[in-house]
Write a protein that binds this ligand. Structure first.
Ligand code: ZN
Ligand code: ZN
Length: 354
């Protein structure tokens, strides 16, 4: 089905073929995930079968796993890009779109390698990937459940005297031992003044009483990612901390209730921004409201003031407003599946612990 959809996109854009080198895109179409990061090329002609070209070392694994395509080994001693040039010419593929190519290979392909005209059109695949099918939604739910386990472990471990990296280790252990393939991105544990920066990966700082601690983490299940952020306070939060948490939760909630198919992503972002503006705090909301999630942790669509994306049923996006004040920050994030009439939170960890 996915290959068929890609062929249709090629037809609309008058491409003779589409060339895929991004390993996650190859996994999306064939189910073959090469963890060794081998140079794979999936060539999808508008007419005829897709062919996956693999180095000899990956051949057996690809033969056993890759679906919806033929598998061919690149002959030993032949550079993958040289082989590709020959294939494009031999198949008379004149106009070929592609998702991603290293610069050196692009130059070789365009300089003298092939008579084909090569066009960088990554959106062809990104537009397919942003609408998740039933099978993908199932995997993303599993990834979200593992992510919840990590978030709960993290919230449990946050206390005075513990170092940030210890909390990160417990988060990752909790996800991993339940079946996560790893961390979806570098786990964030940002305590005290470090919580005022949106991207504080875990350091050796010792967590202290009175700290705000931002935990931002995600699990991976069969390649699919999930994303959650919770902010916890060590001991009773100060009145200011409690008030900031309150308004971030309000913004998070308001944006969530605006999420549904057909809504402009920037309008959803605006909902959160307006809640902050009403309290005179919008200057401290220094990033977009959210991003698409799937095989990549950041993918289409984007929720921000200058986004031109429109949400559609099947999108999976984050809802992550945050305020970064001098001294401390608060962010709350959930991964949300978009339906025609509403959003559905895939991550479900409770917001506050005592
Ligand atoms: Zn996150
Ligand atoms: Zn995120």
């Amino acid at each position: 089905m996915r290959i068929k959809a890609l062929k249709k996109s090629c037809e609309t854009r008058q491409l003779d073929a589409y060339l895929i080198t991004d390993l996650k895109n190859i996994y999306y179409f064939t189910g073959f995930l090469d963890i060794a990061g081998a140079a794979l090329r999936l060539l999808v002609p508008r007419d005829g079968s897709a062919t996956l070209f693999v180095p000899p070392l990956s051949y057996e694994a690809a033969r056993a796993t890759a679906g919806n395509c033929l598998v061919e080994a690149v002959p030993k001693g032949v550079k993958p890009v040289t082989h590709l040039c020959r294939e494009l010419t031999a198949r008379h593929l004149d106009v070929v779109g592609f998702d991603d190519l290293p610069l050196a290979q692009y130059l070789q392909l365009t300089a003298d390698g092939t008579s084909s005209s090569i066009r960088h059109w990554p959106r062809l695949v990104a537009d397919l990937r942003r609408v998740k099918d039933a099978q993908e939604v199932e995997l993303m739910k599993q990834a979200a459940a593992l992510t919840d386990a990590g978030a709960r472990a993290g919230m449990e471990w946050v206390r005075a005297g513990v170092r940030e990296y210890e909390v990160a280790a417990e988060i990752e252990y909790a996800m991993r031992r339940r079946g996560s393939e790893g961390a979806a991105f570098e786990t964030v544990v940002a305590s005290g003044p470090r919580s005022a920066h949106p991207h504080g990966v875990a350091s050796d700082r010792v967590i202290m009483r009175g700290d705000a601690v931002v935990l931002d983490l995600g699990a991976v299940y069969r390649g699919y990612r999930s994303d959650i952020t919770r902010t916890v306070f060590v001991g009773e939060p100060s009145p200011q901390q409690a008030a900031v948490l309150q308004v971030v939760m309000e913004a998070h909630d308001d944006a969530f209730h605006a999420m549904r198919g057909g809504v402009e992503a920037r309008v959803v972002d605006e909902r959160a921004r307006r809640i902050f503006a009403a309290k005179g705090l919008d200057q401290y909301f220094i990033h977009g409201l959210g991003h698409g999630v799937g095989l990549d942790i950041h993918e289409a669509p984007t929720l921000s003031p200058d986004s031109v994306d429109v949400l559609a049923a099947g999108n999976v996006v984050t809802d992550e407003p945050g305020l970064y004040l001098p001294g401390f920050g608060v962010r709350i994030e959930d991964t949300v599946l978009i339906h025609a009439e509403s959003g559905e939170k895939l991550t479900r960890t409770e917001y506050v612990t005592g």
